[in-house]
Structures are given as C-alpha cells and as structure tokens.
Write a protein that binds this ligand. Structure first.
Ligand SMILES: [Zn+2]
Length: 776
C-alpha cells in the first residue's frame, strides 16, 4: 500500500516468501507487508499441545564473536570430513559400506559439513523436526544486540549486504553510468557522519515550518488557512507520506490493465492495532508516548506541555486503531474492495473534502466523477466522525508527529538516542545497526534498480537463471498433476485453474532494464542526488517516488515492470499481474547452488517456487483470474470445498503456541502463507522425484547417512533455522502474515506423507499425525 515500497504501490497485492530480515526500523511499518520482519525464534513451541523445549540463546557476545562461534566449529567439521574423505579416496573405497555412490567433491564435502553443523542429532526427527534440523544452529547463533531476531534468512541477507557494501564503496569508475553513480553518491552521503552531524536537523525544521509547523513545538501556532486536506495532500505529494489515509495509484483489482486512485486505512505507527487496544501492551504505549514527547522536546517543546498534548495524540491514534480493521479480517479482498466515484465517497464521508485533498497533489484535475477504489470503507466513515470530534490542534499534532517520526528515522544525534530507547522496549534491541548497514539497505530500497545493476555485474551466475526456469516448469507441471488428482474441485474450475497456472509470468534474477544503460539512466533522470547532503537526498528520493507513483494515473499499467529490486533475499507473487518473481538475491545458497545436489535445490528454491505458484490459488490469490482481474471463476460448491480444506489449515496452525509469550498463532491471518508453504513443499518434492526418475538417484553426501529424499526435507527445514526475542515474537504473532520459522517447518512437514515416508515416522508420532490437512 505504500509507494515507497518495492511492491508497485499496491500492498494489497504482492505476496512474498518472507518478510524482511531486518526490522531495524520502527514505526510506520508501512514499507509494505513483505518487509516487516518475520524470522524466528522458537523459545518453547507447543505442537498440538505437546511441549518441545528449544534453547533460548542469550545475547552477550558481539556480532563478530557470533560469527567466530559459527566459523570455528564449521571449520573443524569441514576438516574432519575432508580427512574422512581423503581416507575414502586413498583406500578407493568410496562406497564400500553400501552399494550407493558417495560424492566426494569439495562442494559435496562442504555442503555436508554445513548441513551437519546445524543439526541436533540427539533429537528424534519424528518428534520435532525443527529441533533435529536446527538445534545446533540455534545454539550457536546468538541474537546480536542490534537485532530482535537471528535466522538463516538474516545471515543470507547479511552476506548480500556485505557484497552490496563493497560494490557501493567501490570508487566511481568508467563502468559506472549516471544511475549507478547516483546510487554510489547517495550511499556515500549516508555514511558521511561528519557532514550529517554538521547539518543537524536544520532541514527537518525548515520542512516543518514550510508546512505550518508542529503545533506542540511551535510558538503561537494557528491552523493553516488552506485546511487539513491541503496539508495531507502536500505531505503525500511532496514527501510521499500517507498519514491518516493510505493513498496510491495502482492497477484496479477488477481491471488489471487500468491504473486507478486507491485509498486504504492508515498504517499505524506501532506494528498492529493490538498494541493500542490490548491492556497488556500499556508499557509499549507508554514508551511510545515518551518517545514522541522527547522528540517534541528536541524540536523545542516544553516537556510538560508536550506530555499533555501528546497524550491527546495517543488517544486519537487509539481511536484510529479502533476504527481500523484487524489484518485477519482483511484477507478477503473482494469483501473490502469498493469502487466508487469521488462524489459518492463525499456523501459517505462528508467530513473530508475529497476533491480538495486529491487535487492538492495529483497532477491532473479530479472531478466528482473520478473513480476511486476504497479498501475498508468503514474505516473512512469512522475517520470522518473522529476528525469531527477531535480538536484541530490535536489532529495537526498527530499528523506532524507521524511525519517527524518518519523523516527522523534517517537522522542521528538526539533523534537516534530517543529512537534506540523506544526500540529497547518495543523490540528488545539494545542498539542500532551499523550505519553502513542501514545505508546499504536504504540505498537498495530507494535506488533498487541501480544497486541491482551494480550487484549483478559480478555477483550473479547467469546459468542459475536457466536452471531456475527449468525448475519453474517442472514444479508447475507438478502443480498441474496434483490439480488433476484433487478430488474436491469440479472439472470446469480445474481447467481454468490449470490455465491460470500456465499463464503465470516468470521473472527471474533481474529486469532487462538494468543491463540497458540508457534506459537505466532515463529511469532516474529526474532524481537529483548531491554529495554531502544526505537529508536533502532523502527528500529528493521521497519526491521522486511520489511522482513515479502518482504519474501512473491516466497511464496504462506497465505489466513488464518489476515489483521488487533485484538484490533482495525474497520472492513474490503479484495477483494483479499473475507473475512470480525470484530476484537475483534469492538464487544463492541455501536456496540454490549449481554445486548442490538437486535434492537440496528442490528443497530450497524449488519449494519457494511452489510457494509462489500456490499463492495464485490461496484464499486471496484464487479470487484473481489469469489476467490479474478479481472475479469469481470458481463455482460455489468448489468454493465451499476449498473453505473446508482451508479451515483444516486454520485450525491446525491456531493450535501452535509460542509458549514464551503465551500466545497462539493467528491461523486466519497466516492462512494464505500456510497454504502456500504446504502446497510448495508437496509440488517441489513431486518435481524432484520426477527429476530422479529421469536422471537416476544422485550420489550420497559424505558422512551424512541420509537419503536424498531426507536431504530434501532437511534443507527445507534449515532455511527456517533461527530464534527471536520475546518482544519480536509478540510483534510477529500480532502483525505477520507469515508463521514463525519453527511453525513453517512443523506445519507443512507434519501434513506431508512424503516426509513421514522419507523419515519412517510412525503414524501417530508428532511429525506424522493421523489427521493431515491438504489444500493443493
Ligand atoms: Zn508467501
């Protein structure tokens, strides 16, 4: 829903495999739903009521020590296995213990060592496969001070960050063009702490003054004559911030080739509405109030005035939280979608002058006949009433607070100090990430294509694109085969489903534009980036992003445009375009390596591919046809059968409890992702077996005593190794559409007959329950 995000301005649409590894920022967690942070810490996980202890890593060691802890034992294991391998080789006895071939290449030895070093062999794989696959990894990886979690996903993202740091810090040279130069200059202005400190907050103060000033931090504030609508419009059009009203231009869900004005409920500053409404979160709310008060003081307010006035602001945000729909109730897009004319919206929500608002930032004249898509109309009706009953000063205090909170997230000094104090309570983190790491992240998010061009230059193996394409085709074939066997779908719907699967566009690695110098330069032509003025660069990027999004109005939808930057460890499905996207950043170990046995690639990137394909048929994706239009193409009996099957998944996941915080998974909110995990695993395993039937069994990995069927599931599980702080567990349970990592292992594997067979799990054992759920 946020245009700054990589999701093509339509946050209702895109589905991803995980949320961002980093949750190093706070507040408007609106970068998009795929980028909030979902990786994992098990603490104590209850599976259907049965307790299985997981060790909670404590934080004391530094980041570097954490890496040493990983590296030293891994090195010893590698050495051990290598010597073992040498013995094998010298005695020419490579497969004496069984008839099976053993692969003794350096890559196989390394891969085996890496898999082994994460496992806990003392655990029965049929009792708790997560602990079996990840027990040692979790013990060895302490959560760093600046993180609220650690996971294999985050370690992969760290490795990618180091590469990006290197390419961004490389001096500008002949290979660079205007676009990549802008990325390098943006990055260097971001790490230029001396200059940033020297500039202080002068620019922020200037911007606030230009908008009429933050009442609580201004002398003799008077409401601007132009009214609230123009203020919100300026903040939207110049600074790309949507406050009170999420607003963007994007493809119409019911006509995916046309761009349309869209609005949605606000993004709250805290991760979910529960933080405002549940009494147990009072401590977090108090910390939030202290945070806003202290920032107001930094900007010149008197402490007690600020505390009083901002108490009213907090009450206003609580009322807004109350008016908003919980995430679990927003799953059915067709239920919350409503297309109106602006004039009709005006009658329903008369307290806001909608034409004045829209005309203050859209570069074209809007009349009352203009169509607009409203998600969750009830919020806007309530918003109108709330605004009517709240005094103007409080409303302005709130708008400016959200604006300051957002802009100051890039600032250091007192702003950073207050932010860290707040995050200690909200997320349990003790410090901010290294500046360079934040700067890499911001540069990649804001100039993603230019950074992608720098990244793929030397860091992307083009063969992997071909391999991924072949895998997509085999997994889609597996999906279609499973479709033809499923007994709950009528033939007519089945045929249309097959058509939709076959029509999915594949996007692998990066969009063509990044290798076309002229087009890439043109893409960023209107973006001005200067040396030594980081905050000005931020403002320039915000304006650029706002223009990019708003100028789509009256333009046809660019179906070839990618909805993500290439250098990210993630994957996406976009229902409006019916496309699946696998950026260059995810085509790396543990997901994929050209040196891996196929069993590992299918257990890794293969499952991710199946996951994204299945999103086209989950509770939300199934509402869109092959052209990305929301319409009912299922008959009622099949919808009913689908609902029964998804209910099984909802009930199953709702029984998983994260004991440390005493909360159960929200089975409704996470259903789409859980359906995708289950489907992806099943399809990819089937595709792997097909590969084996065509190419024969692969040689074993040395020292592992596991079949490749077993390795497939082991690699799948190890993608989700990790742990998280209790504060983070709470945030994720309340706001994430993805289940925590251990559950992403336990849920799909305990539904998988293939898994139970591979590991010989007795029927009725925790990992092979009698009742299993299956949708796709
Ligand atoms: Zn997903």
């Amino acid at each position: 829903m946020n245009n700054l995000s990589s999701l093509d301005g339509n946050g209702l649409g895109t589905e991803c495999i995980t949320e961002n590894a980093y949750n190093g920022y706070i507040g408007p967690l609106s970068e998009n739903k795929c980028i909030v942070g979902n990786n994992v810490k098990a603490s104590v996980v209850t599976v259907s009521g049965e307790k299985t202890k997981t060790i909670v890593p404590t934080r004391k060691k530094s980041f570097r020590k954490t890496y040493l802890l990983i590296l030293v034992p891994s090195f010893l294991i590698v050495c051990g296995i290598l010597s073992l391998a040498l013995v094998f080789i010298t005695t020419r006895n490579c497969a004496s213990s069984s008839k099976r071939q053993v692969c003794l290449t350096e890559e196989c030895v390394r891969t085996a060592a890496s898999l082994l070093s994460a496992m806990d062999h003392s655990v029965d794989p049929c009792k708790n496969f997560f602990q079996y696959a990840c027990g040692t990894w979790n013990k060895k990886h302490l959560i760093p001070e600046d993180r609220s979690s650690i996971s294999t996903f985050e370690v992969m993202a760290d490795q990618l960050q180091l590469i990006l740091k290197e390419v961004l810090e490389k001096p500008i040279n002949l290979e660079d063009n205007d676009a990549t130069r802008k990325a390098k200059i943006f990055y260097s202005s971001c790490i230029d702490i001396y200059q940033i400190r020297k500039s202080g907050d002068a620019l922020l103060r200037k911007v606030l003054r230009s908008l009429g000033g933050w009442p609580v931090a201004s002398h003799n504030w008077i409401p601007p004559e132009s009214g609230l609508e123009v203020l919100l419009g300026k903040i939207r059009g110049i600074y790309n911030e949507a406050i009170l009203i999420e607003q963007w231009v994007g493809p119409d869900d019911k006509n995916s080739s046309a761009n349309i004005i869209q609005i949605d409920q606000l993004q709250l500053a805290l991760p979910s509405r529960d933080y405002y409404l549940k009494p147990v979160s009072r401590g977090d709310l108090d910390a939030y109030h202290t945070y806003m008060t202290n920032i107001a003081v930094v900007l010149g307010s008197n402490q007690s005035t600020a505390a009083d006035e901002l108490r009213d602001v907090l009450d206003l945000e609580i009322a807004l939280a109350n008016a908003s729909l919980p995430e679990a109730d927003r799953h059915d897009t067709s239920e919350i979608y409503k297309k109106l004319k602006v004039g009709e919206l005006q009658l329903l929500v008369p307290q806001i002058d909608w034409l004045k608002y829209l005309n203050s930032f859209l570069g074209t004249t809007i009349t009352s006949e203009e169509p607009i898509v409203v998600y969750g109309l009830s919020y806007f009706v309530e918003l109108g009433k709330i605004l009517e009953n709240t005094n103007t000063r409080t409303i302005h205090n709130y708008i400016f607070w959200r604006f300051v909170m957002s802009l100051s997230s890039h600032m250091i000094g007192d702003y950073q100090k207050e932010r860290v104090e707040f995050r200690k309570i909200l997320q349990g983190v003790q410090s901010e990430r290294h500046r360079w790491s934040q700067c890499v992240d911001w540069t990649n998010k804001k100039l993603g294509l230019a950074v992608g061009a720098l990244f793929v230059r030397d860091n992307f193996n083009h063969e992997s694109k071909e391999t991924a394409l072949v895998m997509i085709h085999t997994i889609r074939e597996a999906f279609n085969e499973l479709l033809s066997h499923n007994d709950w779908m009528d033939d007519e719907t089945r045929a249309v489903a097959k058509e939709k699967a076959n029509a999915m566009n594949e996007r692998i690695g990066y969009p063509k534009i990044i290798t076309n110098k002229m087009k890439l330069i043109e893409e960023y032509a209107s973006l001005n980036i200067t040396k030594h003025n980081f905050m000005q660069n931020i403002l320039n990027v915000l304006k650029f992003d706002a223009d990019q999004n708003l100028s789509k109005l009256r333009q046809p939808v660019d179906k070839d445009k990618w909805s993500t930057e290439p250098a990210v460890v993630n994957a996406f499905y976009n229902p409006n375009k019916n496309d699946i996207v696998f950026p260059a950043g995810i085509l790396q170990p543990l997901f994929y390596s050209q040196h891996f046995p196929k069993s590992l690639n299918y257990g890794g990137i293969g499952v991710v591919i199946g996951h994204e394909i299945t999103h086209g048929f989950d509770d939300k994706g199934r509402q869109f046809d092959k052209d990305g239009n929301m319409m009912q193409w299922w008959n009622n009996a099949t919808i009913k059968a689908f609902r029964e099957r998804t209910q099984c998944i909802i009930d199953q996941y709702s029984r998983y409890k994260i004991d440390e915080i005493g909360l159960y998974i929200d089975g409704r909110m996470t259903q789409g992702e859980n359906i995708a995990d289950n489907g992806g695993l099943k399809q990819s395993f089937r595709a792997y077996r097909k590969w084996v039937s065509q190419h024969g069994e692969e040689p074993d990995l040395p020292g592992m005593n596991l079949t490749h069927n077993q390795l497939f599931f082991l690699n799948y599980a190890q993608i989700w190794c990790g742990s998280m702080r209790p504060e983070d567990a709470l945030t994720k349970i309340r706001s994430s559409v993805h289940s925590p990592g251990p559950i992403r292992v336990l849920g799909p594997l305990s539904n998988s007959k293939d898994f139970a067979e591979a590991y010989n799990c007795p029927l009725g054992s925790p990992m092979n329950p009698t009742n299993k759920c299956s949708v796709w």
